[in-house]
Design a protein around this ligand. Sequence first.
Ligand code: ADP
Length: 239
Amino acid sequence: MSSIATSVQTAGRAVGSKTTPGPILLMGPPGAGKGTQAKELIKLWGVPQISTGDLLRANVAQGTPLGRIAKEIIGRGELVPDTLVNDMVAVRLLKPDTINGYILDGFPRTIGQADWLDDRLAAQPEALPVVAVSIKVNYNQLLRRITGRRNCPVCHTIYNVYVNPPKVEGFCDIEGAALIQRDDDTEVVFKERMRAYEALTAPVMEHYRALGRFAEVDGDRPIDKIAAEIVVAVERLRR
Ligand code: ADP
């Protein structure tokens, strides 16, 4: 095991020995690596990742009433209305796998969503409050990550044409399937997503910072180093 993996595990035990991780909120602009980090942390803590982006895209793919509304909004880089997203999250949180905690990826994204979540948790005497960790990455780096991102439709492996290309251009190394680009991963839609992030989601960070439940990590580093730093931050915030 590498020394970084060991440090992640050591920090994870420290969290695990004291308490369950509870609800963890991963924040950061589009392309910051929230999904990638969530996948690292679920391995460590054994709690589920709840990505509102993934849940909404699943609704779009299935053509549900919610998906039909969300499709256009996502395509424009805007945010889906709070009540629709909150209801979707409420249903997901009823699943028993959330009992020891969960990693929220992309939610809450507005003050309205944060207030809804905080009220919901406050009404459950056994629930821990949310702790939020934001992943910071500079604008040009985000733009490269988003516009270069390609996904395998079969195994969902994520590539980047600039920094992590597949062996054969345009095809998944594992499945051989033709890679696809998300409709909202273009430069024009990225700019709109950044605008929504700055106007509506940045205040959510300030909300949790004011409550003393917020930390920030540098996201322009190797994946395992960032994961280790998030674990340490969560441990500190849960103390
Ligand atoms: P990213 O964080 O990289 O922008 P996501 O996959 O999390 O990408 O979200 C994609 C899109 O789904 C968003 O641009 C937005 O339209 C919609 N969405 C996801 N989560 C929320 C949310 N909590 N509230 C409103 N809209 C959301």
